[in-house]
Write a protein that binds this ligand. Structure first.
Ligand SMILES: Cc1cc2nc3c(=O)[nH]c(=O)nc-3n(C[C@H](O)[C@H](O)[C@H](O)COP(=O)(O)OP(=O)(O)OC[C@H]3O[C@@H](n4cnc5c(N)ncnc54)[C@H](O)[C@@H]3O)c2cc1C
Length: 365
């Protein structure tokens, strides 16, 4: 079968990999947009805590009820996705020769008030059932034994093991290399329209191309592209920014999580992530976002204000209202599938989504 995948972000690439592993023909078409989410994500893989754009203290401020923990409906997907990363790392690194630095980093989940602390303490069994370990630390002084620069205004924290981080840009390069080695064709072009009747795509270069199966993984551009086939899909853009700080001798061994994520990444810089702006479709960095991230980070580590910001990135997530990805055939028996909507967790979900795409297509065949 002639499988065409639109989009060489993590969703499209992981889907390509799954299909190639069962001997399918795969062509990936990508427009090479700059600053895509897959290349600029924080790269956190975590099956128990919420995303950094919507977590802890911020959730409470926004009157969201479920605090720092991941919503129940996302837990299974998160856990299965997380496990696949552990299974695949060495295999893909060896095949491609590209390391994407998957590593364990202990998380200090900051609790700003007693309510957050009780909620974490009540989730101990749940957190352990996912193979994570957790030690509640009540009171600022106990937390300061781990990270002495922590704010005196916090109520406490939980030390949680199990969080993984990877370098997302290298992860994309690794996936691309792996699918090339396994025989995929990669075409640099922009798909302008999808014509489901003749199973044909119109490309910006003026060429047309036919497909048996089409998988649309065009990130936040998916909705617009799919509309050219007459179908509708509810995926919307959610802009996110990250700042990167010069550690300048600061010894950060933990992932500090609460009002945002603060972590030292494999490039040696301290990353602070992330902002979240719904329905904003641009990748321009802003002073407001930089200040918001510094304000949020300094609620946990006050001295972060003194660090020099040496980089800032902005990109757009493909988001859905319920936070769950969309993986389905959009028009019955059309051979057109959508795999998108990873929101703030698309890097973590990628291998699991790839497997779902493979299952959808092979069941049909
Ligand atoms: C600030 C931030 C932090 C994040 N942190 C994390 C994290 O810690 N952990 C995590 O798991 N996830 C994280 N994410 C989420 C994750 O980055 C995204 O969910 C994921 O990268 C989306 O991947 P994708 O393949 O669906 O889309 P994209 O990465 O957007 O890729 C889509 C691709 O489609 C191509 N394309 C679009 N339109 C066309 C067309 N018409 N023709 C051809 N090609 C086209 C584009 O060029 C692009 O290459 C974060 C996101 C942001 C913004």
């Amino acid at each position: 079968m002639n499988n065409i995948i639109i989009g060489a972000g993590v969703y499209g690439l992981a889907s390509a990999l799954s299909l190639l592993e069962i001997g399918e023909d795969v062509t990936v078409i990508d427009s090479n947009y700059s600053n895509i989410a897959s290349n600029n994500a924080l790269g956190r893989l975590d099956s128990v805590l919420k995303g950094s754009g919507s977590s802890g203290h911020l959730s409470v401020q926004n009157n969201m009820k479920n605090g720092p923990m991941r919503p129940d409906n996302q837990k299974h997907l998160a856990y299965e996705s997380y496990k696949k990363h552990k299974d695949n790392y060495r295999k893909l690194k060896n095949l491609s020769g590209i390391d994407y630095f998957l590593k364990d980093v202990l998380t200090l989940q900051i609790c700003f008030d007693e309510k957050e602390f009780i909620q974490i303490a009540e989730s101990i069994d749940d957190i352990k059932s996912y193979g994570f370990d957790i030690t509640p630390l009540e009171g600022y002084k106990k937390v300061a034994q781990y990270q002495k620069e922590i704010s005196r205004d916090i109520y406490g924290a939980a030390l949680i093991s199990g969080t993984l981080f990877l370098d997302s840009k290298s992860f994309v390069s690794c996936l691309k290399k792996c699918i090339e080695i396994k025989g995929a064709k990669i075409l640099n072009d922009l798909v302008e329209t999808i014509e489901t009747g003749h199973k044909e795509l119109t490309l910006k270069s003026g060429n047309n191309i036919n497909y048996d199966n089409l998988i649309v993984s065009a990130g936040p551009w998916t909705k617009e592209l799919i509309s050219s086939s007459g179908a509708n899909i509810n995926i919307y853009p959610a802009k996110g920014e990250i700042i990167k700080l010069d550690p300048n001798g600061f010894n950060l061994e933990y992932h500090i999580h609460g009002s945002c994520s603060i972590v030292r990444k494999s490039d040696g810089l301290i990353w602070v992530a992330a902002t979240y702006e719904e329905n904003k479709f641009d990748s321009n960095i802003t002073e407001e976002s930089k200040n918001e991230l510094i304000d949020n980070a300094s609620l946990m580590i006050p001295c972060i204000r003194d660090f020099q910001v040496i980089d800032q990135t902005a990109c757009v997530r493909p988001a859905t209202k319920d936070g769950m990805p969309i993986v389905k055939e959009i028009i019955r028996n059309s051979g057109v599938y959508v795999a998108s909507g990873g929101g703030g967790w698309g890097i973590m979900q990628s291998f699991y989504i790839g497997e779902l795409v493979k299952n959808m297509i092979t069941i049909k065949e």
